[in-house]
Write a protein that binds this ligand. Sequence first.
Ligand code: MN
Length: 209
Amino acid sequence: MAFQLPDLPYAFDALEPHVDARTMEIHHGKHHAAYTNNLNAAIAGTALEGQSIEQILANISQHSPAIRNNGGGFYNHNLFWEVMSPDGGGEPSPQMNIAKAIARDFGSFEEFKKQFSAAATTRFGSGWAWLCTDADDKLFITSTPNQDNPLMDIADKKGTPILGLDVWEHAYYLNYQNRRPDYISAFFNVINWQEVTKRYNAANEGAMK
Ligand code: MN
């Protein structure tokens, strides 16, 4: 059973002016589609065809670079579209578990924003910034190169990603050119905190410790 490119959960222009329609169209229809097609080609005829993407990523050190790059690209963009929304932005509502966890583990939303933005800004070259939850239900920020992610067994810091920001130039160059910090700042206007808290709750079975 082949992996499928998901539909975007909103129109190409829905995130404007923060993310422009042309970038969304190419990013989803060309880049994400290519990762999906190349992943399917790389696993065709192997035992991996029956595995979930999470299973494949958890054992990625045993697989080829094509599976690492395209499997990561497939998973990362699936998450990325979902954690943005035209109705997003601002801070999560105080009653959301993710708001409580951010306050608990970073001290304040502003401190979280500062650390996440720094991770995204300082990732040299192409990669991703992540907010993750670990096995002890503690939040942490990390970044990964290329299409790696914290689900991979080769990751420096492993955990469950609940928010991710693509800092490849293909994600922002048409609108922001070299101004990656402006793109990162704009991302905070479209974060879908409902989705992030849903992913946080799922990873931790909804339990606040
Ligand atoms: Mn991308």
